[in-house]
Design a protein around this ligand. Structure first.
Ligand SMILES: Nc1ncnc2c1ncn2[C@@H]1O[C@H](COP(=O)(O)OP(=O)(O)O)[C@@H](O)[C@H]1O
Ligand SMILES: Nc1ccn([C@@H]2O[C@H](COP(=O)(O)OP(=O)(O)O)[C@@H](O)[C@H]2O)c(=O)n1
Ligand SMILES: [Mg+2]
Length: 231
């Protein structure tokens, strides 16, 4: 549930719990109903980090481009970094390629190192980290290596059927955009994503966004989260 608060620097949040049954065990998910939530005030001395979560095809990359344009973030896509690593012929390339083909998660050490390099080489202090963390292992490795937590976590919540449709129409020549790999990616997403969502929800950082609608309609739900930030 959203309440638009135009040009007000405070958005407050309250939560309700929902139970999800994942692989035999029940996780209690705190669903943040972002009507009123406060985002920290960024300072140029320290990075302002937003994690962008959601299943394959939920629209993370598309919304990141809009956020960059409106709010001046630097977009770091974990998937793009891994694909760049493959293309560069790096020593890790073949392992990364087979992991992506199988829809599995690349070891966190590799992904976090790539993210860290991007952050360190940027002059910006506002980062959108897209498609990361995809597991608790990812999350913990980031915290240990970078030594900080995200300020904001976005979660694009999209029905599976819609995600499958979008991925099959994406047309970017990706090795993982085929029905077999998508099925595996959705299974992995279902198994590993919820504990991460639960963790950030309990810390009051999660902004869950219904990812069904047009790109612009969805961005109008994202915009108020960052409204307190200037470009
Ligand atoms: N709201 C939307 N409605 C319909 N298609 C969308 C929407 N947002 C993104 N898409 C399309 O769906 C595909 C997946 O979007 P993308 O941003 O790459 O998702 P993700 O990064 O989460 O996998 C792309 O082809 C994109 O153009
Ligand atoms: N944190 C991450 C992000 C991506 N990946 C791998 O990269 C693939 C593509 O990630 P992506 O973020 O580009 O995919 P989309 O959700 O954008 O479709 C994933 O399915 C994983 O195999 C990973 O191992 N760890
Ligand atoms: Mg993407």
């Amino acid at each position: 549930m959203w309440r638009r608060v135009a040009s007000v620097s405070h958005l407050f949040s309250h939560s309700k719990s929902t139970k999800f049954n994942q692989g035999g065990s029940t996780f209690k998910i705190w669903e943040t109903i972002t009507s009123e939530s406060e985002i920290p005030t960024p300072s140029k001395g320290s990075p302002f980090i937003t994690f962008v979560l959601g299943g394959p095809g939920s629209g993370k990359g598309t919304q990141c481009a809009k956020i960059v344009e409106a709010f001046g973030f630097t977009h770091i896509s974990a998937g793009d970094l891994l694909r760049r690593e493959i293309a560069s012929g790096s020593a890790y390339g073949s392992v990364i390629l087979s992991t992506i083909r199988e829809g599995k998660i690349v070891p966190s050490q590799v992904t976090v190192q790539l993210i860290q390099k991007e952050m360190e080489s940027s002059d910006n202090y506002k980062f959108l980290i897209d498609g990361f963390p995809r597991s608790e292992e990812n999350r913990k490795a980031f915290e240990q290596t970078i030594g900080t937590e995200p300020d904001v976590v976005l979660f694009f919540d999209c029905p599976e059927q819609e995600m499958v449709k979008r991925v099959l129409n994406r047309n970017q020549g990706r090795v993982d955009d085929n029905i077999d790999t998508i099925k595996k990616r959705l299974e992995i997403f279902d198994e590993l994503n919820w504990p991460v969502i639960n963790y950030y929800s309990q810390r009051g950082k999660l902004h869950k966004i219904n990812a069904v609608g047009t790109v612009d309609e969805i961005f109008e739900k994202v915009r108020p989260i960052f409204a307190p930030l200037s470009k």
